[in-house]
Design a protein. Structure first.
Length: 218
């Protein structure tokens, strides 16, 4: 097995891939459904978290349960899929950052924006910043010779979009001058969700071996 990355992966990686993919898919569907019941909701002006506002969102329970489920499935899925990513210190740092983002996503659902705004704002930032950094860092070991070489620029680019959008979003939010805040927030979140779903598909397609009958074993 190459030090650059596994040539075959444990079957548990596929379970992790399923969890990550299902987590993202159900969250995207939940957002779409909740938006249809939120009168006057604007993708450009409304925050994603408005969908979980217990005072204004008719289906706030659906959104909050969905984002909690996203965080739980992402956290457990990353744990299962860990060995499927290319080896190296950057793998550990990148995936740990994504685990932080997963826990923070759970807390976003536990603390809706109108229930505890300071905590909600903090945990939202802990989704955005570690998520973007995690994508950039996990791209480092995706070198030629691994099953991830084609995903290196993809991961880095999506992480960069998140971080650039976040760099604009945070100071303008503080000054209340953000242009189309709903759009900017989606430019932060969408790359992380897209990356997670695409990576879940790739993880599910990696060559696997039985833990009882590894390649070259008797």
């Amino acid at each position: 097995m190459s030090a650059a990355g596994p040539t075959h992966v444990d079957p548990s990686v596929r379970w992790g891939a399923v969890m990550i993919g299902v987590g993202v898919a159900q969250f995207v569907v939940a957002m779409a459904v909740v938006q249809t019941r939120y009168a006057g909701y604007s993708l450009l002006q409304n925050y994603v978290s408005d969908l979980g506002n217990t005072s204004t969102s008719p289906l706030h329970v659906v959104f909050n349960v969905s984002i909690i489920l996203l965080g739980v499935l992402a956290f457990v899925g990353i744990g299962f899929a860990w060995s499927g990513f290319p080896r190296g210190g950057a793998r550990a740092v990148g995936l740990l950052l994504l685990l932080v983002a997963s826990v923070a996503a759970i807390l976003v659902g536990v603390f809706p924006e109108n229930v505890n705004p300071p905590v909600h704002d903090l945990v939202s930032l802990l989704v955005f910043l570690p998520g973007g950094l995690g994508l950039v860092i996990i791209a480092v070991p995706m070198r030629t010779g691994t099953h991830w070489a084609a995903y290196r620029e993809f991961s880095a680019a999506l992480g960069a979009v998140t971080l650039v959008a976040l760099a604009y979003y945070v100071p303008t939010q503080a000054a209340n001058t953000t242009w189309d805040p709903g759009l900017i927030e989606r430019l932060i979140i969408a790359p992380i969700l897209i990356w997670a779903f695409v990576v879940s598909v790739h993880l599910g397609r990696l060559p696997r071996f039985s833990r009882f009958h590894p390649p070259g074993g008797g």
